[in-house]
Design a protein around this ligand. Structure first.
Ligand code: NDP
Ligand code: PYC
Length: 344
């Protein structure tokens, strides 16, 4: 069934009910119960927070990738080493989230004992937003930074063909008596998911975001998706950060570079098979006071005083509160089709 037609009506669903619905769909697709509930909570959380480029819109991509055999939704990640500050995990061609779930207690322990820990995940698929990976760590008092490379759809500055993925980077900083400060961004001018959404909704892209298959600037999402590419954000500076993310996500982890991801043998596959790095820091380690959270608050106050009305994460928090109070608003047809999939 067509899940993503133009919505005429909307419906509301609670976060808990949506997560349960999605877990059922993932289980029907062959995911293990553990993987199904992790992916479902993650995807429902994106929808709840208005992170729509990685919410329910992604379900067909997840299901097609699983059905093609490209990703193993029953994989159990294995810890390859946990010496010193570094934990290396083989996700066993599964999703990255179960690997992170497995080692989170180890990371927290290492950061408490040594001040810092680095998680290196390879052989993993990440098809979601990154803020769900760092926000809980900051809620537990840790400063967290993560990076993922994806699939070649971004042309490097001064290049003529795609090499980089949309390569997101996210960090979360704990604050005193306030929710953490969380920022999460693609290093391409926009996320590939937003290009797909613009295409479905018949909208043009802003100028300067993409090129067509001949490398000419275009605002047509179809031209970007069909043989064209995105540009990095911020010219050579964004391009350099994207290059860094390739090095962390692939060279450091032993995962694939974005340009090495090849779906041609698995029709329908969409999940990038690459790697992820996550660094956690115990922010007050080695000093007598516990001033970090208050220092972050001081920066936030200064930003507010300078007139900044919106900080990264503010919009998500507002949307989350509204969704938890009133329910998540979704196109009726989309919700009905999800229910059909769960019943089927
Ligand atoms: P956005 O450009 O929408 O937002 C980037 C960050 O900037 C967010 O933290 C956002 O906060 C904040 N922000 C946005 N607008 C403003 C503003 N006007 N003032 C202050 N802060 C602002 O994100 P992207 O489109 O770049 O990325 C979307 C998602 O896609 C991310 O979650 C990313 O992880 C994911 N992604 C995943 C990939 C993967 O391989 N798995 C690949 C690429 C992207 P807020 O959220 O509150 O709006
Ligand atoms: O939106 O760019 C994106 C993306 C790539 C992989 C998962 N999301």
């Amino acid at each position: 069934p067509e899940i993503f037609g133009t919505p005429r009506n909307t419906a509301t669903i609670s976060y808990g009910d949506l997560a349960e619905l999605l877990a059922t769909i993932f289980r029907h697709a062959g995911a293990s119960p553990a993987v199904a509930s992790l992916l479902a909570a993650n995807c429902a959380g994106c929808e709840r927070d208005g992170a729509t480029s990685h919410g329910v819109f992604r379900i067909p991509g997840y299901l097609a990738s699983i059905a093609s055999g490209w990703v193993d939704a029953r994989a159990e990640p294995r810890i390859e080493s946990a010496e010193g500050a570094v934990v290396r995990v083989d996700a066993m061609n599964g999703f990255a989230q179960p690997a992170l779930e497995l080692v989170t207690p180890i990371l927290i322990e290492k950061a408490a004992n040594d001040g810092i820990a680095l998680l290196s995940i390879r052989n993993s698929h990440h098809f979601s937003a990154l803020w769900p990976d760092v926000e809980p760590l900051a809620e537990a008092g840790l400063l967290a930074l993560t990076m993922v490379n994806s699939f070649a759809c971004t042309v490097p500055f001064n290049g003529h063909s795609p090499v980089f993925g949309t390569n997101p980077i996210a960090f979360a900083a704990p604050r005193a008596d306030a929710p953490p400060l969380v920022a999460d961004l693609a290093t391409s001018a926009m996320a590939n998911g937003d290009v797909q959404i613009a295409f479905r909704e018949g909208r043009s892209l802003p100028p300067g975001h993409g090129v067509d298959s001949a490398g000419r600037p275009t605002t047509d999402p179809a031209a970007v998706l069909n043989g064209g590419a995105l540009l990095p954000f911020g010219g050579y500076k964004g391009s350099t950060i994207s290059m860094m993310i390739e090095i962390f996500g692939a060279a450091l982890t032993g995962g694939k570079f974005s340009f090495e991801v090849d779906w041609s043998t698995h029709s329908g596959a969409q999940t990038p098979h690459t790697g992820q790095v996550l660094i956690v820091i115990s922010p007050d380690f080695g000093r007598r006071d516990s001033s970090f959270g208050r220092r972050v608050n001081g920066l936030v106050e200064q930003l507010r005083m300078s007139g900044v009305s919106r900080l990264p994460g503010d919009r998500r928090q507002v949307t989350r509160r509204r969704s938890l109070r009133d329910g998540i608003v979704m196109p009726l047809q989309q919700l009905e089709d999800l229910r059909r999939r769960a019943d089927g």
